[in-house]
Design a protein around this ligand. Sequence first.
Ligand code: CMC
Length: 434
Amino acid sequence: MKSETVTITDNSTGKTVECPILKGTYGAPVIDTAALYKELGMFTLDPGFTTTASCRSAITYLDGEHGILLHRGYPIEQLAEQSSFLEVSYLLLHGELPTADEFADYESQIKRYNNVHEHLMRFFNGYRYDAHPMSIMVGVTGAMASYYHETVDVKNPEHRMQTAHRLIAKMPNIGSKVYKHGVGEPFIYPDNSLGYIENLMNMMFAIPSEPYELHPQAVQALDKLMILHADHEQNASTSTVRLSGSSEANPFAAISAGISTLWGKAHGGANEAVLEMLEEIGDPKNVHKFVDRAKDKNDNYRLMGFGHRVYKNFDPRATIISKACHEVLDDMDPNSELRPLMEIAMELEKIALEDEYFIERKLYPNVDFYSGIILRALGIPTSMFTVFFAMARSAGWIANWLELMEDPDFRIGRPRQLYIGSEKRDYIPLDKRG
Ligand code: CMC
């Protein structure tokens, strides 16, 4: 049988290299270029990694042309409808859905770990009362490394899984403290009579002086939102976690690096930017003006919540979230202040989807387009939106970290470059320059 390779020829020397073509379960085959440097003395150049697979992974598959997203083989639509965030986190970490006993064990372990060290509370005092919540998330999550450093051997599989469980257990605790710091309310401890999402909402919204009533629809909507954000293949923040993890850095420090990457508005920060954009548009009749700005080559304005590096079709998460958004609003007061924002969002989606500019470039609404409206409906302030994304994506980050550490090809990530700077030249003393 003819072996499947790609032959790369250096036309200047006539030297060739045979690069194997590797096939995964689904998706585009990849060319293994590992021999390129050895045989031809060349690297590949791919700014923004548009055609580079950085690893082998068995966690998540996404097909951007057809709008498909699978976690461990399970379609996101089925997980969002039938599973819970906690179960999805187990699936991401362990590769299989848990049996009832396994899930009970997992849940009790997560509950065992959901407190944070009392000293961690002091870190919050160092932040200004109006600090952006993501700046606190980056710092406090990184500070967790100081509690789990000497005791965590990243080469030990048991330590690694314990770290993964600790992270998933503690993220709602840290995220809710970030919120409490901003609003000046006392921190609330976890309540282990509550489920994972209930506990998160309770730590966020309860105050010691009165009972806090959880709304089942709100819990359900948040659970769904967290499932939809749990993992998304080798995106910028996940790749950051893998790159920092590849140096055998402390896993909490690696997660903190991922949170930093997530913060940008081209990535997780888009949910915050979408709400700000909808408020700026102010009225459905102004939508055209903003669409025109986004199309203007002389204006760097972009419609937030539109476009995706991989999806060139509807983001399946956006379809689920848009439906959930309508359900949440229908459950609420018909005069909710969010209805006008929803109307603007719907008008924007309609106009953009009919516009040649967006059609040609395959720009569809992404997950962030509607998620902000749900979060706002739950009473979560705009600046906290990306913190929710971070709490959910922690499951995917740590699953990818576990996979990286177990990878037989494990080695430090070290990209190469095409040097375009000055040629070698001699140093000129200061008094001779000018
Ligand atoms: N509004 C207007 N034009 C756009 C937009 C947009 N939101 N996104 C892309 N384009 C245009 C862009 O100007 C370019 O046009 P041309 O070919 O004429 O130069 C073309 O579409 C391709 O854009 P690109 O920047 O090369 O695409 P990319 O794959 O590098 O960027 C993206 C992907 C998500 C960063 C980008 O679409 C964007 O900035 N979207 C808005 C921010 C956003 O919603 N981000 C959340 C992403 S989903 C959640 C997550 O992953 O965190």
